[in-house]
Design a protein around this ligand. Structure first.
Ligand code: CP3
Length: 357
């Protein structure tokens, strides 16, 4: 498979010369776009949208039609894996994701098995192949998964949580049980991501959205160790092209050095760290992705452009930066400010790159 026409994103991840700083946005296909809401309505629900390859392809491409983004991300969800493990995912209006059968009993935990990515998760692989075909070599396609710890949070809590009481109780009372969940989940995720790569994903991202709620030692033992296990098992090259892997631990700023040592190619940053300081700490090892506070997008296009330029300036000269938000774009964002954001990043960053194409 040939490199996409615009491979700026892949080059920046591999810290090869680029002409400008590439960008994409976490949750770039989402409810802030009226066309997304329209397609979601047609699908009937968010899950049906994920499970229909034509509609999933349609929404994946919507932000790319509107904005000059440098990558596409598979439209799906991290919770497809525990759903395929039999937990019964559903979304109730205003409540976010929930599981019908959260992991509360030891026998249920001992019964967990690795789902076949071409069995109950086949719809994800079908979407990946369909999106790759539709992109037709324009920009790279990112595949993704949740980290084992982040998935375990949802699997044990049964949904979103304010205090992670159940999963943290298990962590301290029955670490053996949590380790078992994390082990089976890590194996599931390796098979799942490798199948996405086989189906056409050109880079992969591991979302560790809740790793940042852990204590220092617990983060290493219960989150990062399993991220490392995934990275060790991933296909890292396909058809002669490297498949870069990005690790994003929200709230992981204190642990950047150990994340950069996990075997990933790039580290995703939330908005709490200064990207220039992060670069000084780990930029000789990995690329960095981030890290504008998504709340800045509630401000005017002028303010958005000013703040985006600050992130670009803070990173400074040379490759190794993929611009993004520090977390997903809010549904209350006005689609117009994103136009200003993309323009500011692309134009302002050129002065920092002198690469010949
Ligand atoms: O980035 C993208 O555009 C790709 C698609 C994507 C979605 N979810 C679509 C989605 C990705 C990469 C995710 C990952 C995901 N899902 C994470 C990790 C990233 C993060 O945000 O920290 C997590 C924790 C989830 C679990 C999840 N899925 C939650 C908590 C919710 C509810 C959030 C909300 O805004 O209501 C979802 C649903 C979801 N996943 C939506 C989208 C576009 C909103 C669904 C809708 O249309 O109602």
């Amino acid at each position: 498979m040939a490199r996409p026409k615009n491979d700026t994103f892949l080059r920046a991840l591999m810290r090869q010369p680029v002409e400008y700083t590439p960008l994409w946005l976490m949750r770039q296909a989402g409810r802030y776009l009226p066309e997304y809401c329209e397609t979601r309505k047609r699908a009937g629900s968010f899950l049906q949208l994920c499970k229909n390859k034509d509609l999933a392809t349609e929404v994946t491409l919507q932000p790319l039609a509107r904005y000059d983004l440098d990558a596409a991300i598979l439209f799906s969800d991290i919770l497809t894996v525990p759903d395929a493990m039999g937990l019964g995912l559903y979304f109730s209006e205003g409540e976010g994701p929930r599981f019908e059968r959260p992991l509360r009993e030891e026998w249920a935990i001992r019964d967990l098995a690795v789902p076949d990515p071409y069995g109950p998760l086949r719809y994800v692989m079908d979407a990946v192949s369909e999106i790759r075909r539709a992109l037709d070599g324009s920009v790279p396609l990112i595949g993704f998964t949740g980290s084992p710890f982040t998935l375990a949070c949802y699997m044990v809590e049964g949904g979103s949580s304010d205090d992670y009481r159940r999963v943290k109780t298990m962590l301290y009372e029955r670490p053996d049980l949590l380790h078992h969940i994390l082990n089976v989940t890590a194996q599931s995720v390796v098979a799942y991501l490798n199948a996405q790569i086989e189906s056409g994903a050109q880079a992969v991202m591991i979302f560790d959205s809740w790793g940042g709620v852990l204590a220092h030692d617990a983060y290493q033992e219960f989150s990062l160790a399993y991220i490392r296990q995934i990275l060790d098992g991933l296909i890292r090259e396909k058809d002669g092209e490297k498949i870069p892997a990005i690790v994003f631990t929200k709230g992981g700023g204190l642990w950047l050095e150990s994340i950069a040592d996990s075997g990933c190619d790039a580290v995703g940053l939330d908005w709490t760290v200064d990207i220039g300081s992060a670069r000084a700490r780990v930029g000789h090892k990995v690329a960095l992705q981030g890290n504008l506070d998504p709340s800045i997008l509630f401000a005017s296009p002028e303010v958005v452009a000013r703040e985006a330029k600050k992130v670009v300036d803070s990173y400074g000269h040379g490759t190794g930066h993929v611009f993004n938000l520090g977390h997903g774009i809010s549904q209350y964002t006005s689609p117009e400010v994103v136009t200003a954001l993309v323009k500011a990043v692309h134009e302002h960053s050129r002065q920092y790159h002198q690469a010949a194409a």
